[in-house]
Write a protein that binds this ligand. Sequence first.
Ligand code: AMP
Length: 432
Amino acid sequence: MSTFKTVRGMRDFLPEEAKIMKYIENQARQTAELYGYREIITPVVESYELVAAKAGEEVRARMYAFEDLGGRKVALRPEFTASVARLVATTLRNEPKPLRLFCVGSLYRYDEPQKGRFREFWQSNFELMGSEKPEADAEILLLTNRFMKNVGLKNFTFKVGHVGVLRGILSQEGLAEETQNQAMQRMDKKLYDETLKIVKESGASEKGVQTLQKLINLRGASTTKVLKDMAEAVKDYPEAINAVKNLGEILNLTAEAGEKLNVKVEAGFARGLEYYTGIIFEVYVPELDIALAGGGRYNRLVELFGGEPTPAVGVAHGIDRIMLAIQEQKAKINVKETPPVMVIPVNENLNAEALKTAEMLRAENIPVELEVMGRKVSKALEDADRRCVRHVVIVGEKELKEGAVVLRDMQKKEQRSVKIGELAATLKRQAS
Ligand code: AMP
């Protein structure tokens, strides 16, 4: 027995799991269609500079980065947004806005493997480029809500915050962007004491520190109440006031769309990726304490990559974690599968005839598995039984002379001779 196994943090998906992953991916693709997002495919290998630019300390430190044989510093993509922003800054720069782009694929981060955290994982990713309006943010929330519903999840909640509120205060307090990033990283990890220490030591006023402290503790079930308290807490910081208003507008719009999103506003919520400038959010289910999706507004990334100033908002859904949530909630997934028909030659002289019959059925879109082990009919039938095959076609000399084959119904344990010309139609009738 070989001792080869998957590399730590990497997984094989066996057919049953692969089926769920593909089902989720297809639901994401349908969501993209419903909201007008066009699919693009970007490379797994990107330049290190690109993916490192605004990924944030946490992701940057965990990249699969290496030099390729041509001496280029490259990395396996740790997320999609940088690749999409690169495209919008270059090839797609003259495309009319808004641009709605969808992609799905694998990403790589050298995270510590644990439940729901892998080194290779899958995301479906939606980016809406070119609009700074709250309708755009609301669309990203609504499509995420619909996707989660369509994959069969229940009781999911949106944890929502706004980077503009926090950055508005830190900027007015004179903190450099780099220091702000450090503070936000700590907040993302809920290291609030460290956050306040950094802010204090960077010369923020006592009022600034207290405001931040207030925001960190501000959360609750009533969106209206939290928003009101936030507005009150930041009343001396004009940029932060605007950010609170923006958050209120977005959430109002989603409510007016008629979808009851389960939203929990947390004023002190921050996310690790540095490029966010506006609303940020994550999706959770009660059964798991890890986020199923994360997203937000990033208005400066395309410009940073040399493109036109392009306000943008997007979301990444973690397909692996959605699969975990589906399993935890025992959600029913609705995959239509046609069981294959098995074609068995009676002896090896009839292999070519069996193959021909199989191809004829496949040309009619009927899935077929051919007996390829050279087994006797009785053994092949046992195998068909074990694998719950419903119909078996037995290709025998006697019937062939009359232009026919034997069609056996494994459940009813009945068989009869069917003309080859009528076989496909007969099987289709029985399947419907
Ligand atoms: P992010 O790109 O960090 O905003 O993450 C977006 C989503 O991707 C998260 O909410 C997770 O669902 C998923 N995700 C991120 N990192 C991992 C990982 N190491 N393993 C599995 N899923 C992940």
